[in-house]
Design a protein around this ligand. Structure first.
Ligand code: TYD
Ligand code: MG
Length: 454
């Protein structure tokens, strides 16, 4: 017996409600509930699942695994981010802001793979085939034997590519434009996105075709549609960067076939995305005269050090207006914490000043090891005394004002030394590779004293 119910699905989090409400009770977004095709709830006559099924084969953990060779696109920065190449039959989701370069990246990957003799199908639901072709020509990839289509019906797509030898790679740009006729609803709704992705992922598993789905990102940074999309695929990739900056970072947020700590670095240029094989100095601005309010932090991306510049500006306010605090590329909660520790433990007052913090080059820092470099930039800006230009700074700051050790300090220092930095300001107990003079700090106050020459 099937019972029909109408349901309302939140377009932000995918939760289902039985009646319409202005605000989703699960994620608290407003006006996101949309009525979607009635779901059939099937009540089975059998009330348990024990018995009546087919026996499945149980194998040991040590049974032989046959993982087919990965598809290497030949674009090393891409292959690195996906864990050494695309696993055949796997499903990948590539998320990123509009205009960040997702279509460009995948067109380049598709073209290189096709040029190596792989069957590659690129389906665009957003652009006409001519538009994609023009872009390919502009990128100098017009000669690559990629098979191209502008389509949005998942049934049409799978019928077409399922009839012959299945391709090695299928690119779907984007999943939000796809439509499954198995259920009702307009493309882009949560249930359509889910149903379309389900069919495409099933095709991937059954036929051994690797499928890359492009997913749009909403303003809060999650891939539009339900989180369930991220559970359905094997690998979730994010393409990040500021649109106004040149640099783009490809990062895996989840990978069933590899680590999530390696990144691919690209620069968006006139002729598409160019690989940046040595990103360690990307985010340093041209270093000229020493200025107050900047410091250099040796960040780590996977196994690769990336030196980034942190810039702070402190503006004293005359009136009693509430001062602004703004951070770009750094968590504003963590900025507030560091300011509070500087006030409470080191006696510095930012109370009547506006504080701006910026990570240069559009880079986004999340590593707490950057705390000490952030603090140094802030103190330097406040006191108008430059941080020594030849120093890199690292250390995590505890609420007590203690400076905590950071992971892979030696690796970070080695790279810094290679790039001409002669001094390292590091947590107590850190060891360096030699060739770089270390100043060790156990407490934040010691760094402040050093900067203020006390
Ligand atoms: P696109 O790949 O269309 O982004 P997405 O698919 O993520 O929305 O890239 C869009 C931007 O990239 C566009 O604003 C122009 C820029 N771009 C270049 O700078 N150089 C190029 O060679 C190409 C193809 C795009
Ligand atoms: Mg696009």
């Amino acid at each position: 017996m099937a019972k029909l119910k109408s349901r309302y699905v939140c377009q932000a989090c995918g939760s289902e409600q039985h009646r319409w409400q202005g605000q989703c009770p699960d994620c608290a977004e407003w006006n996101t509930l949309v009525q979607e095709g009635a779901a059939a709830t099937v009540f089975s006559a059998k009330h348990n699942l024990q018995g009546g099924g087919r026996a499945i084969e149980l194998v040991g953990l040590n049974a032989a695994v046959a993982l087919p060779d990965r598809l290497r696109s030949g674009i090393d920065e891409f292959d690195r981010a996906v864990g050494g190449g695309i696993v055949p039959g796997s499903a990948l989701l590539l998320g990123g802001d509009p205009g960040i370069g997702k279509s460009t990246l995948l067109l380049q990957v598709a073209a290189t793979l096709a040029s190596e003799g792989r069957q590659v199908v690129y389906v665009s639901g957003e652009e006409a085939a001519d538009q994609v072709r023009l872009r390919a020509i502009r990128l100098g990839l017009g000669g690559a034997p990629v098979r191209l289509a502008a389509a949005t019906s998942v049934r049409d797509i799978l019928t077409t590519i399922g009839s012959g030898e299945p391709p090695a790679l299928l690119v779907i740009d984007s999943i939000q434009t796809m439509h499954s006729d198995l259920i009702e609803g307009a493309p882009g709704t949560v249930s359509q996105v889910r149903a379309s992705a389900q069919e495409l992922v099933r095709f991937a598993k059954e036929r051994g075709t690797a499928v890359i789905l492009v997913g749009h990102v909403t303003k809060d940074g999650t891939i539009a549609g339900p989180r369930v999309l991220e559970h359905m695929v094997d690998t979730v990739l994010g393409f990040e960067g500021e649109r106004s900056h040149q640099y783009r970072i490809l990062r895996a947020a989840k990978n069933r076939f590899g680590g999530t700590d390696e990144i691919g670095v690209f620069a968006m240029e006139g002729a598409g995305l160019k690989q940046v094989p040595n990103p360690s100095v990307l985010f340093l601005t041209q270093r000229g005269e020493a200025v107050s309010g900047t410091s250099v932090f040796p960040a780590l991306e996977g196994t690769r050090p990336v030196l980034v510049e942190i810039q702070a500006l402190v503006v004293r306010l005359a009136s009693g207006a509430t001062p602004r605090r703004a951070a770009v590329g750094w968590d504003s909660g963590r900025l507030a914490m560091i300011l509070a520790v500087l006030e409470a433990r080191c006696g510095l007052s930012f109370a009547t000043a506006e504080v701006y913090l910026n990570v240069a080059g559009g880079y986004r820092l999340t590593d707490p090891a950057a705390d000490l470099a952030v603090a140094a930039a802030l103190v330097s800006a406040l006191a108008e005394r430059p941080v020594p230009q030849e120093a890199v700074i690292m250390g995590e700051i505890a609420l007590s004002g203690e400076v905590r050790p950071v992971a892979h300090a030696a690796l970070r220092l080695k790279e810094s030394s290679k790039l001409g930095f002669e001094r390292g300001w590091v947590p107590a107990g850190s060891e360096g590779p030699g060739g770089i003079a270390l100043t060790r700090f156990a407490r934040l106050g010691e760094l402040v004293d050093q900067l203020l020459g006390r």
